[in-house]
Write a protein of this length. Structure first.
Length: 461
């Protein structure tokens, strides 16, 4: 393992001591570690340790996918969801034909993470249909949700994640973040909590409840379930004696759910519809678009990227990754820009897969590129939360001299802790990346040790 230190605020010897203290801690005995700090404008390497070693980055992989999306799609890119019909409206206001919801991969449709009421788009669809003179439909609502196929979840994701809200299926149609909230009522420690309700309640779900009430206040509940299967299994524990405890899961079939839900809303609004909702997964349809009834446009990509990195939103990140097309397109793009992608092994856009891997050299090179060569430099920079103040790094570097002086993406999963981003100090900007895999002990301990590493390298004058 090689270590190069080229002084920052302290002497070379002091910087070497800071890094050596970090890598020689007892909980790092079996760990794989990568560290790199680079001055952005000059490219001067401040610190480099195992910078070519490919490590699992967890959610720091979102830096790769979000930056590629900005570069390939542009900050003004928007998604569109189209409501159209293949039929005609007769003199009595009867639509002779079907209504189609054509999904183009928009993760923001009905999302709680944008500045709109989640059901606003549905109300607009109803209004536009009524303005088209439709009073009843002699047909059905069909969701065209096959844009990305029906694999839904990555084959490289862990089974223990699938079915939970942070690992939703990704299809041509997404609605309400592809997420539902399940309310549970718990009693005494060791007893089985009761399933009370879920929202949206119209999702057809069945629960095999294996939960227990815990003697403490720790939430350790997990929902398991495969795509398109309404049967969900719940394991783990929730806090005892809680009358209304909420956990979140993924909607098994968002396209069909949206078609069914919209059918129900049509009926409630006074527009009768003859047949049961369907989707292109259930029946092979290739409709000819005769009339657009309504369309919903997403926020610009710059706002979507903000959600991806600020909130570390897997759902949004995976939709961007699907939109770009594949890991080969991402790696090919970065190679065309002069970065070396040989250390990048990318199997999703969110970082959820434990077999993802990337070197700290690649991440710092990407950060430098986005800062000095990208026309979207400021959009990308502002998408990262400010350390010690907001987002997923609200508590990181809190009450240190670096609080408020860093924009950072964090990542964590079992045995993985990573931080990558920008540090501004003494009038200069630095790109840095720290990834630790297979450490012993708690994540909180490693987080504190990474804070000590960074504050030690940058030195409080």
């Amino acid at each position: 393992m090689l270590l190069f230190i080229f002084g920052l605020q302290q002497s070379i010897a002091q910087n070497i001591a800071v890094v050596n203290d970090f890598i020689k801690k007892s909980n790092m005995k079996h760990a794989n570690i990568g560290i790199k700090v680079v001055e952005v404008s000059s490219g001067t390497i401040i610190c480099s340790y195992n910078d070519q070693l490919s490590l699992c980055p967890a959610s720091c992989m979102k830096l790769v996918s979000s930056a590629a999306a900005l570069e390939l799609l542009g900050q003004d890119f928007t998604y569109k969801t189209v409501l159209f019909t293949d039929g005609t409206v007769d003199t009595k206001g009867v639509l002779q034909g079907n209504i189609y919801i054509k999904g183009m991969g928009d993760p923001t449709l009905g999302s709680e993470f944008i500045d709109k009421e989640p059901k606003e788009f549905l109300n607009q669809w109803i209004t536009d249909m009524k303005e088209s003179g439709i009073k009843s439909v002699n047909g059905k609502v069909i969701a065209l949700d096959n844009l990305f196929g029906y694999e839904g979840v990555s084959s490289r994701w862990l089974w223990g994640d699938i079915g939970n809200y942070y690992a939703p299926g990704i299809y041509g149609i997404s609605v309400f973040d592809n997420m539902y909230r399940l309310t549970l009522k718990s009693g005494a420690s060791g007893t089985k909590p009761e399933v009370v309700a879920w929202e949206p309640s119209e999702i057809p779900l069945k629960f095999d409840n294996n939960l227990k009430a815990a003697p403490d206040n720790v939430d350790n509940a997990y929902i398991y379930g495969e795509p398109f299967n309404p049967e969900r299994r719940i394991f783990g524990t929730i806090p005892r004696n809680n009358p209304s405890f909420v956990i979140k899961g993924d909607i098994p079939d968002p396209g069909l759910f949206l078609a069914s839900y919209f059918t129900l809303i049509l009926e409630k609004s006074g527009i009768r519809i003859l047949e049961k909702a369907s989707s292109s997964r259930i029946e092979n349809v290739n409709p000819k678009e005769k009339k657009i009834l309504s369309q919903t446009i997403s926020p610009d990509l710059n706002k979507i990227i903000q959600v991806v990195n600020f909130r570390s939103n897997n759902h949004y990140a995976e939709h961007l990754f699907k939109k770009i097309g594949s890991e080969d397109k991402v790696t090919g793009f970065w190679k065309s820009k002069g970065l070396d992608p040989d250390g990048l092994f990318m199997y999703d856009g969110s970082g959820l897969s434990p077999v993802n891997a990337v070197s700290v050299d690649f991440l710092t090179s990407l950060l430098r590129y986005m800062a000095i060569k990208s026309k979207y430099a400021e959009v990308f920079y502002q998408s990262l939360p400010c350390a010690g103040k907001e987002g997923t790094v609200k508590g990181f570097l809190k009450n240190t001299f670096l609080e408020g002086n860093a924009r950072i993406k964090s990542g964590s999963m079992g045995g993985v802790m990573s931080y990558s981003g920008y540090m501004t100090w003494n009038g200069k900007k630095y790109a840095f990346s720290v990834i630790v895999n297979k450490f012993n002990g708690s994540q909180s301990t490693v987080r504190r040790q990474i804070e000590q590493l960074l504050t030690g390298l940058f030195d409080n004058p």
